[in-house]
Design a protein around this ligand. Sequence first.
Ligand code: B12
Length: 234
Amino acid sequence: MSDEEDDIILSELDDEELVAQMFDDLYDGLKEEIEEGVNILLERKWEPYDVLTKALVGGMTIVGNDFRDGILFVPEVLLAANAMKGGMAILKPLLIETGAPRVGKMVIGTVKGDIHDIGKNLVGMMMEGAGFEVIDLGINNSVEAYLDALAAETPDILGMSALLTTTMPYMKVVIDTMVEKGIRDDYTVLVGGAPLNEEFGKAIGADAYCRDAAVAVETAKEFMSRKHNQMAAG
Ligand code: B12
């Protein structure tokens, strides 16, 4: 860190400058500064969701682009991810409504061979914020881990995340196994992750691909209301 950066007092920056500085701090993996920035924006009455999407996800997009282009490497990206998680931890309780009636239940996890969990965590947080109960299986989940969780938790929704082109086909392995066991139709299966798209979601037999956490919440709610209508009709 340069002396010049040492002298920056985050609280003296206006909103726009602060967000730009947070992009830099996220890029540099400065967790404490990110936490401070999040707290300042919240004190300035920013909505937690705006802090999340505009300051944190916005900053992570820049990190992602430079990782892709070979400017940043895994150690730096890990530090950035760690800084982002620090900010997310502050936002999490604020995004989660208290006392809201449970809209539904979701089991979510990253697939086998894949350790990316920021997007999955974000989806989990937003789903909880929308009133869903979320069971997070973490990363690197085998078919067995998913099936055990479905049996134990009987959720409405199964969510799978994959960030690698090499791990995304594993989602099909899970769905195919569900079909084999005759339990596929007992759940709504939502899939997501940067390398996926709608076509892929359809091809593997998921109910929907969701581009981001906000779409995941909308889609989950839509499927829950369909389920309720079906139950009422049946
Ligand atoms: C951070 C990061 C890492 C961190 C992960 C830290 C962590 N705890 O997650 C570390 C450094 C560990 C890492 C490691 C690796 N990474 Co990486 N990583 C990234 C990076 C920069 C950002 C991912 C991220 O967190 N994005 C922010 C979140 C918010 O976005 P998101 O994950 O897409 O999630 C949103 C949506 O996709 C959706 N969503 C996500 N999941 C789900 C699930 C459901 C159910 C739903 C509905 C929606 C949904 O909603 C989310 C929120 O809006 C991406 C770049 C990129 N463009 O994605 C590369 C990237 C994914 N990594 C990549 C690679 C290659 C690797 C490594 C193989 C590098 C290496 N050589 O070791 C390893 C793989 C390790 C492994 N086995 O998994 C490549 C993948 C390329 C490919 N075609 O497969 C990418 C694309 C970078 C690149 N362009 O080269 N990585």
